[in-house]
Every structure is written in C-alpha cells, then in structure tokens.
Design a protein around this ligand. Structure first.
Ligand code: UDP
Length: 373
C-alpha cells in the first residue's frame, strides 16, 4: 500500500506528525507501506511552517508545491494543478488528508479524479456555517472520501446522516491530541515569559484569525479594547496570525498590558496555553487543546464544528458581539468557569489506531500496483 500524505497549513502539520510516527513504527515492524509527504506550500512563512517540522520531527516533505497566497479560488486551482502532476508522477493507492484547509479539499478532488482512494482524518465535523471556507472544505472532502476517521461520535452521526455507510466510518479519536500529549513534557518557556515576568494563571492568551473576526479593522479593535477593559489589568498575550497582522498593524493599538508577538512555535505556544488563566480564540484546534489541558476557553464565534469542546470540555461559545466579552470575563474572574473533562478516545493513541485500521482494510492491500505515468 503506497500512501501520499498531504499537509499545507499550520494545523495540518500538527495533525500529520503523529500519523507519520505511526507509519514509521508500522514500517519498522515490517509492514510494506511506502509513504511520501506532499507540502502544498499553503503556509510558507517559517513561523507557520518550518518551525513545526523541526519541533515535531516531521521529515522533510518529498515535494513542496509552493502554492502559497492568492484568493480561495486561486489557491485551490494552483494546488490542484500542481498536485495532479505530482500524483500522476508518483501514483499511490491512498492519499491521506487531514483537517479542513484548502489543501485538504483541493488534493481530495485531484486524487478522486485520478481514481485514488482518499482517507480523511477529522472527517464529519460540521458547523453548517457555509460562510466559513473551512466548512466548504470539510463538506467537499467528505463527499469524496473513502475512509472517514472521526474525533467523536457526533462527527460519525453527521456522516451517517449524509448517507456515508457505517463500515467506512472509524471513530478513532483526535490526532491533534496525540501531538499534544506526546509533546506536553517538552513544552518550552518562550522568552516573553521572563521578559514580562509572567506567572501561572495570571495572564490571558488570545488568538484570532477567522476572516469574519479580523478582516474588518474596527471590529478587531473593539474586540481588543473590550478584552483589555475586562481583564483586571492582567497581561494579555496575542501571538498574531499573519492574516490578522495585516489588519492589526494599521490600527495603532498600543496598550501597556497588551503584548503582541509573531506566531509562537508549537512548544512555546502550548506552554502558554497550559498555564493561562484563560484563552480567547476563534481557532478550532485550540478549543480541543484547552479542553484536554483543562484551561477555560472562550470562543469568539457563533457556532462550532466541535460541540464536544463545549458539552464535555472547557470551551464556551460567546459569539461575535464584543459586548459578550464583559459578562464572560466576569464569570471567569469570579471562578465560575466549568471544569470540563476529556472526550472519549482523546488519549494520544489515535494515529496508531488509524494505521492499524488502514493495514486491515482488504481493498487497500489487494489493489493492483498503481500505474506509473
Ligand atoms: N498554534 C501555535 N502557535 C501559535 C498559535 C497556534 O503553535 O502562535 C497551534 C495551536 O496549538 C494549534 C494550532 O496551531 O495546535 C491551531 O492552528 P490554527 O488556529 O491556525 O488553526 P485552526 O485550529 O483554527 O484550524
């Protein structure tokens, strides 16, 4: 079984790392599973890409398609054109895509049109909010995939409702949490910890990068002011996504307790998450990580594709009205935030289960050698 793995953007690298480790292990145990890693180049900034390869011990990609930048359509098209050439030159029995970024969708379309099987890791999650590009990516990818690896039973239910047969859906847990648990003892204090004399549970961490929250400067400014006005003077750390930085840098916000940094490395960022009083975010992955680390999380969105982080974990949707920040922070400071628990199978062994599954799928083992171009 020849596999091509796809990764293109920051959250993809974190999700693919444990899958590669599990494949390495299977190969070392004698399984014949040659695999290649394709980096689409969707994220190209070293702080959004290279650092994750180094810290998470991800091998150099076999190819980087160099498809960064552009509009949604330009990027989708560029990835499709480049990946089609790559897959024709390097035929595979299976491609593995993770998450919900443009690369996930674009490569799934290409693979299916070349009659290659697709496995989607983190399949079936749904916000049903089609204003978010990620939701479109999820839906298209799940229309085309052959094997669906899910993080929760909810995700499996969404797939069954969409007509996916039960024997294609594998509830295995969460690969992002595999990365978190296997690296937790390596989390590293960032320089700013000593510079700002930070103490455990005495600062707030924020991340914002969804177009609906950051593309409009005034809205972003109101969020930041509202947060600063309600944190009782605690330092607020804001590692800023390149998309957000483009807008933020023109807003002229300079407050003594606001610390802006470039995106942090995975080990440094999660050192801060683990010790934060709370995290305010519009990221999906971070709501999962805060849930596992038991850190209060406020999501500045009106919906989520990860209901388990709310119903089981420490996350709460507070919506996109900046006026909701004040009551939420009042509850936090009065100690009323829920404690939460860890969802089923988020145990650090998901990638192993995925590889075991793949090895046991007869139609993948019995496929004829993929034809060379
Ligand atoms: N992350 C990081 N450094 C940062 C901000 C986030 O390493 O400065 C990690 C975070 O721990 C999580 C992932 O990036 O694993 C989330 O990525 P992002 O928010 O871009 O994607 P989403 O989860 O919203 O798809």
């Amino acid at each position: 079984m020849k596999i091509t793995l796809i990764a293109g953007a920051r959250p993809n690298f974190i999700k693919i790392a444990p899958v590669i480790n599990a494949l390495r292990l299977a190969v070392s145990e004698g399984h014949n599973i040659p695999y290649r890693l394709v980096h689409t180049g969707q994220h190209y900034d070293s702080k959004m890409s290279d650092t994750f390869f180094k810290e998470l011990n991800i091998p150099e990609p076999d190819i980087n398609l160099g498809c960064g930048g552009g509009t949604q359509a330009e990027q989708t098209a560029a990835i499709m054109v480049a990946f089609e050439k790559d897959l024709i030159a390097n035929p595979s029995d299976l491609i593995i895509v993770v998450g919900d970024v443009t690369s996930t969708m674009a490569c799934s379309i290409v693979a299916k049109k070349l009659n290659t099987k697709v496995a989607h890791i983190e399949a079936g999650i749904r916000s049903y909010d089609l204003t978010m590009p990620e939701e479109i990516n999820r839906m298209v990818t799940d229309c085309l995939s052959d094997y669906f690896f899910t993080t929760t039973k909810w995700a499996g239910d969404n797939l069954r409702r969409a007509g996916i047969p039960d024997d294609r859906i594998f509830f295995v847990g969460n690969v992002m949490i595999d990365s978190l648990l296997s690296n937790r003892s390596r989390f590293r204090k960032p320089l700013l910890w000593d510079e700002l004399n930070l103490k455990e549970r005495s600062y707030i961490l924020i991340t914002l990068h969804r177009p609906a929250n950051v593309d409009e400067g005034n809205k972003l400014k109101t969020y930041i002011k509202e947060i600063l006005n309600n944190v009782q003077g605690l330092p607020v750390i804001f590692p800023i996504h390149p998309r957000t930085a483009k807008i933020f840098n023109d807003l002229g916000i300079d407050e003594p307790n606001l610390k802006i940094t470039e995106p942090l490395s995975y080990l440094e960022f999660n050192y801060l998450v683990e010790r934060a009083k709370a995290v305010l975010t519009d990221s999906g992955g971070i709501t999962e990580e805060t849930t596992v680390m038991g850190v209060p999380c406020f999501t500045l969105r009106n919906n989520t594709e990860r209901p388990e982080t709310i119903e089981i974990g420490t996350n709460e949707l507070i919506g996109t009205d900046p006026a909701a920040i004040n009551p939420a922070l009042i509850r936090l400071f009065s100690g009323q935030w829920k404690k939460g628990a860890v969802p089923e199978l988020w145990d650090g062994r998901t990638a192993e289960r995925i590889v075991e599954r793949l090895i046991s799928i007869p139609e993948l083992q019995n496929r004829k050698k993929p034809k060379s171009a």
